[in-house]
Design a protein around this ligand. Structure first.
Ligand SMILES: [Zn+2]
Length: 276
């Protein structure tokens, strides 16, 4: 069971300081990202396929078991059965989406490499040398969580630094999406996390709930994450709203700049449209 899941790559004053100390982009509206020159059809690293498939099979099996449970509960017309049915259906629908998202990553123009973690604290990062995305995962619930961050790269919700082990644009909504997806597979992997408030349902996973999660030292895990949803196209104003602690970093930006204007960023050139 997943004990604790965290997105260990976080935006902070140090990394944003490094970013904003770069020379201003020469062509503000026509950046030439590194990703445009290095990406070709890749998908899942061949050495990761075995472990990838193992997680995928477990997710497919869970989806099927939820399907059987839905059929079973549908036979009963009690209020309790109807409530159970709604919960099961929400988990089933979410796993259906996860399975589709797995397919998107399998056909991505960026390579994904799976690495195991011993403590079940996952992460998603860009390998600056091998130029691929590393998903460090433990349990299958953890795999789903980090898969969502890979998906967020595909949809332009997050980006990486081509030169440093840094990830940008994470926000609390990104974590809501990741925790809801892993909840659909294994509710206990989320309800057992140290949080400020008790979690009773998948819909209870909100930005406020995520902001109350703490690490083993009692520190807020996502204190530096964006307070509003941002992506690669978010304006300076939105970025300042999301990261008020970084106001001094953004204040020198031109109003029209986005994170795509920062040199040496790895981001999806043609983001995948999100779906439900
Ligand atoms: Zn996360």
């Amino acid at each position: 069971m997943s004990i604790h899941l965290t997105y260990v790559l976080y935006i902070n004053l140090v990394c944003m300081g490094a970013v904003t100390s770069h020379p201003a982009p020469s062509v503000a509206n026509d950046p030439i990202p590194v990703s445009a020159t290095i990406l070709s059809p890749k998908g899942i690293n061949s050495l990761s396929l075995g472990e990838w498939s193992r997680h995928k099979e477990l997710i497919l099996a869970k989806r099927d078991s939820l399907s059987y449970a839905i059929l079973d509960r549908a036979k009963c017309k009690s209020d309790k059965a109807q409530q159970d049915l709604a919960v099961l259906q929400a988990r089933f629908d979410k796993l259906e989406k996860v399975i589709a998202q797995i397919g998107i990553l399998e056909n991505s123009d960026v390579e994904y490499v799976l690495k195991g973690t011993s403590n079940d604290v996952g992460s998603t990062s860009w390998d600056v040398h091998k130029k691929c995305i590393i998903l460090s995962v433990g349990s299958t619930a953890n795999f789903i969580h980090e898969l969502m961050h890979g998906w967020q790269y595909e949809t332009g919700e997050i980006m990486f630094d081509a030169r440093f082990n840094k990830c940008y644009l994470q926000d609390l909504e990104d974590e809501v999406e990741a925790y809801r997806a892993q909840y659909a597979f294994d509710p206990g992997s989320v309800t057992n996390l140290p949080a400020a408030s008790t979690l009773r349902s998948m819909r209870g996973i909100t930005p406020v709930w995520v902001s109350g999660l703490t690490n083993k030292d009692g520190e807020k895990t996502y204190a530096e994450h964006g307070r509003v949803r941002v992506n690669v196209n978010s304006s300076k104003a939105m970025l300042m709203l999301a990261y008020p602690q970084l106001q001094q970093q953004f204040i020198t930006w031109q109003e029209t700049w986005t994170m795509k204007n920062v040199p040496d960023m790895i981001y999806k050139q043609h983001p995948v449209a999100d779906f439900d």
